[in-house]
Design a protein around this ligand. Structure first.
Ligand code: AR6
Length: 180
């Protein structure tokens, strides 16, 4: 499984899945969530409302993931996950790891080959960029290792971290290289 760092706007990525750093309401917001809803078109909000009406009347729990089509995006699917909000006292890294793990498992179940992640919880939700990067790399490598151990092939063979700023790319690069 390849892991690549990309600087830019996740909504432009022509991958099978882009992951959305959503909130529990699934009804949109700012940051990457707002950008994804704008680029996907109103069909995405309608699909999210339908999820709320049916499977998720109380919203999507922190650390969980759910898929919708990508509608007008180049990506086939959007996987929505809810990162922990540090400002609301959600400081358990296991919750953040769960976002990456559950998104990858769902992407795998969809048969997706390529998945793009933003820096979940590193914006409005107030997590330190380095902690997000460490958690993200750890979750992806643990996911890949679990398949290697079982001798099975993953459907997912490319994971991109698509990061808005060059500073965030630098943080992810330092973590990948094990530097200070
Ligand atoms: N492409 C890639 N990364 C982006 C983009 C983009 N188009 N736009 C922003 N980022 P945030 P969170 C980066 O705040 O911290 C929303 O209102 C951004 O620079 O989007 O998980 C939701 O509805 C940052 O590094 O997500 C929730 O209420 C990273 O994406 C809440 O914010 C994540 O920042 C979720 O907060």
């Amino acid at each position: 499984m390849r892991i690549e760092l990309v600087q830019g706007d996740i909504t432009t990525r022509a991958v099978d899945v882009i992951v959305n750093a959503a909130n529990s309401s699934l009804l949109g917001g700012g940051g990457v969530d707002g950008a994804i809803h704008r680029a996907a078109g109103p069909e995405l909000l309608a699909a999210c409302r339908e999820l709320r009406r049916t499977d998720l009347p109380d919203g999507l729990p922190v650390g969980a993931a759910v898929a919708t089509p990508g509608f007008r995006l180049p990506a086939r699917w959007v996987i929505h996950t809810v990162g922990p909000n540090r400002h609301a006292g959600q400081t358990d890294p296991a919750l953040l790891a769960s976002c990456f793990r559950e998104s990858l498992e769902l992407a795998e179940s969809l048969g997706a080959q390529s998945v793009a992640f933003p820096a979940v919880s590193a914006g409005v939700y107030g997590w330190d960029a380095r902690e997000v990067a460490e958690t993200a790399f750890d979750a992806v490598t643990t996911f890949a290792a679990s398949f290697e151990e079982s001798g099975e092939d993953t459907a997912v063979d490319l994971v991109e971290f698509v990061l808005f700023s060059s500073e965030m790319v630098d943080v992810f690069r330092q973590v990948r290289e094990g530097g200070p």
